[in-house]
Design a protein around this ligand. Structure first.
Ligand SMILES: Cc1ncc(COP(=O)(O)O)c(C=O)c1O
Length: 406
């Protein structure tokens, strides 16, 4: 008789954004006349840049002709894209990453959740708290996280690294030594970043302890400050301890197009085994590649026109971020993030819990954000707003938040 993977049954409640979706649908059904502004989920709203749509059209035309039709993509992704990534994301920043250390995929979410598969089940993971929920949930599904404590909202076999106002939302080195360390900078949900010396500390720590850092740089394009590293490989020694994951979702608006990549340096070994070979084996066995059309669109991200257009797109969202940050600060909220990331992290007013503030804001302002507690216990009392809306909606939402009485 077939049996289910019981680890799935351990997952508490429904996924954060489905809960939000249900609450918003229920409110809309009761109040069909209200215009709800959604600054909750981190999804982009601007259309694809012209350089991207042109590349997509051209690639579609190629696929329609016998002489340029392509079938399955090479296992690691097309050379033209991997070379563009190696050159533009790494070599120009002084990082010695070669095209054959890059694995093209259909996005960072899959890679972040699948990467744990190449590690033993008895590895102990460390995560920031609050955290992008995918890192923890994928480890729950694998059976690596122990027992859930519903009161505390924590797993017995996970090391939580609190990121609070006291440490400027940057985790401290854990007291207990983990095997796998998930880091994400610029951070979702807090919008915090690390400086290069701060990240170097993590690299040194991982090299010393034999831990592997799983570094999620999905928001790299939003970095505006000089001393913030764009890649973990800017740190000395990172190639022997870190895997980096990137996405085209937020820098190029590919949330619905789907493209990402993971870098596994060839020097990175675990008990003498090269992780590059394991990930290559996994990729080859379980994945058949991102579409040719989409990989051509990804290549256009690095063209001169693509770069210029996407700089503008990122600037558009960051202008929203500044507007939210300044507006809420003016209104007396305690805010952070929004400088190197499209997320504003605000303290809920008074003694309101994250979900109380969610309900309050939905009802009084018809604005949807994300309760901080949905990202982990240290997110309680916080709330995330995204800069991914239109400018007009952002202005209206901030105006509404300013006028509601808390
Ligand atoms: C930290 C982080 N990593 C990864 C992703 C997912 O990226 P992708 O759209 O490439 O799957 C997100 C999306 O919101 C994210 O916030």
């Amino acid at each position: 008789m077939a049996k289910v993977n019981e680890n799935y049954l351990k997952l508490p409640g429904s996924y954060l954004f489905s809960t939000i979706g249900k609450k918003v649908s229920a409110y809309s059904a009761e109040h069909p006349d209200k215009k709800i502004i959604r600054l909750g989920i981190g999804d982009v709203t601007q259309p694809l840049a012209p350089a991207i749509t042109e590349a997509l059209h051209n690639a579609v035309d190629e696929m329609g002709k016998a002489e340029s039709f392509r079938g399955y993509a090479p296992d690691l992704g097309y050379e033209f894209l991997r070379s563009a990534i190696a050159e533009n994301d790494y070599r120009v920043r002084g990082c010695d990453i070669s095209a054959d250390e890059i694995f093209v995929s259909d996005g960072a979410k899959c890679d972040c959740s699948n990467i744990q598969e190449i590690f033993s089940l008895d590895n102990k993971i460390a995560v920031c708290d609050p955290v992008y929920p995918v890192y923890v949930d994928s480890n729950v599904m694998a059976g690596r996280t122990g027992v859930y404590d519903p009161g505390a909202g924590t797993w017995s076999n996970v090391i939580y690294m609190p990121c609070t106002a006291d440490n400027s939302f940057v985790p401290e080195l854990p007291r207990e030594t983990p095997d796998l360390i998930y880091l994400c900078f610029p951070n979702n949900p807090t919008g915090a970043t690390v400086t290069k010396p701060q990240l170097q500390q993590w690299v040194d720590y991982a090299n010393k302890t034999g831990a592997v850092i799983l570094y999620d740089a999905a928001y790299e394009a939003y970095i505006s400050e000089e001393d913030v590293p764009h890649s973990i490989y800017e740190c000395e020694g990172a190639k022997t301890c870190a895997i980096e994951m990137r996405s085209f979702s937020k820098n190029a608006g590919f949330t619905g197009v789907r493209l990402g990549f993971t870098v596994v340096p060839k020097e990175l070994k675990c008990g003498g085994v090269a992780l590059h070979s394991l990930w290559a084996r996994r990729h080859g066995t379980k994945y058949n590649g991102a579409p040719y059309i989409v990989q051509r669109a990804g290549e256009a991200v690095y063209s001169e026109a693509g770069r210029a257009q996407l700089r503008e797109q990122v600037a558009y969202y960051m202008n929203n971020a500044r507007y939210i940050y300044d507006g809420l600060k003016e209104a007396g909220f305690t805010v952070s993030g929004g400088v190197n990331a499209p997320y504003i992290w605000l303290k809920t007013p008074g003694k309101m819990s994250s979900w109380e503030f969610f309900d309050y804001l939905l009802e009084k302002g018809n604005v949807v954000g994300t309760p901080g507690s949905g990202f982990g216990p240290s997110g309680e009392g916080y709330f995330r707003l995204t800069a991914f809306g239109s400018y007009e909606n952002t202005v209206e939402a901030v105006g509404r938040i300013k006028t509601i009485q808390v």
